[in-house]
Design a protein around this ligand. Structure first.
Ligand code: G3H
Length: 531
């Protein structure tokens, strides 16, 4: 296996070269304000530590700045009487459509920053951008659909009522570094379109790519509806939660961090949470599995974006009768993946953005080796700066961290089993409960496994890798893996609350309601509907 080689700056293809972006501003209360305080430097993972590429820098804020953002959002909320929460749905949709249009014009710029900031391949960076725009379009359609179904009156037990979904209040949105655009926007956009003012704190890494969109947020929404906060989460997020003015927390990260944040809220019962947390999705590979298909899906499932997906397959249980062949074929397939720079044609394995990640992964592998495992693919586990060559590790013992913890990187732990009760017990005892993949051919056996596991995880994938999409499907998890469900339509529910106007069905009330409707006196109470 040849040594991994980083390019010198002059070897970067001219199409992908970047001038550093030093962000010295932020969005507060409808204005892009200059930033004169501390900054945090961003080093791209796509280089060697001894030849760092400074991608740029962004504001490193203090608690007073994040509290100012909450205050601005709270003013835009204005006890629910602000322009945004009371705006007609059609007008809110128009604002979001304007945002989508402005975004589309910055596609290359945002995708390029995304690629340089987190090392995602160029095609996948573009895909993340396009998927996000598509998500916005689908959200707009789902809002129209929701509005159509809410535009009718109910008549029950002598009561007339109209039920709609109303916003909750100031929403704090924090996305993860691995899908810094998509996963942030899959909470930010539904929160906004339902009428909630937002404080938005981008991930680290994954901040700079949002800068090209700042003017669009300023121009498309009323003042205070979108406010940005940058810097260390431990410094700026805690005070916002302690203020008690956050009504809704959208957070993608670890369950420990989510618990700490929720506990800071002085009235946790007032806080609606939408959380995407850890996962350790297993594949269960039965003796009769189609090995060509299984290896293909397991390589994709374990190593797309270097295994840095919450939905990645993070442990593979294989029946002992086919384990040797499966491991050999996995090792061969993994070593067949092209490793290189994110702009290289056909590349799959790229440098890692998290500080110290290669060493952390190596520690997982070394502990597994000390407990009796080996690296099945020659060269697996080698480190070169920010690069970690994927390692297929077999057989992984239950006592090791690699068996129990979410490695979130390019390490593929494989565990043999004699009886399918073993992986079932693994799922039952696991702290995680997001998804699992089942590989096999016997419908009777698969049906038994499905029935046994549907109450352990929230999605079972038959002969296919785990994944979030399509985005119209519900995406959630049990136990420590999630709180709330995100799909295009579910997200609209997460960021709103059912609210109704009701009146006893008597002539006087009917006259009042008819007048309100006919004269279009209310934006809530209305039978107009959107096409
Ligand atoms: O990191 C978790 C992402 O939501 C995974 O999405 O399965 O489409 O890659 P994906």
């Amino acid at each position: 296996m040849p040594k991994f080689r980083f390019p010198t700056s002059s070897e970067v293809p001219s199409d992908f070269r970047m001038d550093p972006l030093h962000q010295r501003d932020y969005l507060l209360d409808g204005q892009i304000l200059p930033w004169k305080g501390d900054v945090q430097e961003v080093l791209s993972p796509v280089c060697l530590p001894e030849d760092p590429f400074v991608l740029g820098s962004f504001p490193s804020m203090a608690p007073e700045h994040s509290l100012a953002a909450v205050e601005a959002a709270d003013r835009a909320w204005n006890f629910g009487a602000g322009a945004w929460p009371t705006m007609r749905v059609a007008d809110r949709i128009r604002c979001v459509e304007d945002l989508a249009q402005a975004m589309a014009a910055r596609r290359q710029e945002v995708a390029r920053l995304l690629m340089w900031e987190i090392g995602k391949t160029w095609p996948d960076s573009l895909k993340e951008f396009d998927r996000t725009l598509e998500y916005i379009r689908c959200t707009i359609d789902a809002v129209k659909e929701l509005d159509r179904t809410s535009s009718r009156f109910l008549h029950q037990e002598g009561i007339l009522a109209q039920v709609r979904r109303a916003p909750l209040g100031v929403t704090l949105c924090m996305g993860p570094f691995n899908y810094p655009l998509n996963e942030t926007y899959t909470t930010l956009i539904p929160a906004l379109i339902m009428g909630n003012p937002v404080v938005f704190k981008p991930s680290r890494p994954g901040s700079l790519l949002h800068r090209p969109l700042l003017e669009a947020f300023r121009d498309c929404f009323p003042a205070g509806v979108v406010n940005t906060v940058y810097g260390s989460g431990s410094k700026v997020v805690g005070p916002m939660m302690e203020s008690g003015r956050i009504s809704c927390l959208a957070f993608i990260g670890s369950s420990g961090a989510a618990d700490r944040l929720k506990k800071l809220h002085p009235a946790p019962h007032r806080l609606r949470s939408c959380l995407g947390l850890g996962a350790k999705n297993p594949a269960i590979i039965l003796a009769d599995a189609d090995l060509d298909l299984t290896v293909r899906e397991c390589v994709l499932g374990s190593l797309s974006f270097n295994g840095q997906r919450c939905t990645a397959l993070k442990i593979l249980f294989v029946h002992r009768s086919i384990a040797a062949e499966f491991v050999e074929r996995m090792a061969e397939a993994v070593n067949g993946l092209k490793a290189g720079m994110p702009w290289d044609e056909g590349v799959s394995i790229t440098p890692l953005p998290e500080t110290g990640k290669p060493q952390d992964l190596r520690a997982y592998v070394d502990e597994a080796i000390a407990a009796g495992a080996s690296i099945a693919n020659p060269g697996g586990g080698e480190i070169e700066g920010t690069f970690f060559r994927p390692a297929v590790v077999y057989p992984v013992a239950p006592s090791t961290r690699l068996y129990q913890e979410e490695q979130f990187g390019p390490v593929v732990p494989i565990v043999p089993f004699d009886d399918v009760a073993e992986p079932i017990r693994y799922l039952e005892e696991s702290a995680f409960g997001q998804q699992a993949s089942l590989f096999g051919r016997d419908p009777q056996v698969l049906a038994g496994l499905i029935d046994r596991l549907v109450n352990q995880v929230c999605r079972l994938n038959v002969n296919s890798q785990c994944q979030r999409g399509p985005d119209t499907f519900p995406f959630t998890g049990r136990k420590d893996s999630a709180e709330g469900t995100l799909s295009v339509s579910d997200a609209l529910r997460v960021f709103s609350i059912r609210t109704l106007v009701a009146a006893r069905d008597v002539t006087a009330n009917k006259q009042i309601l008819t007048d309100i409707l006919r004269e279009r006196r209310s934006s809530f109470l209305s039978t107009d509907f959107l096409f």
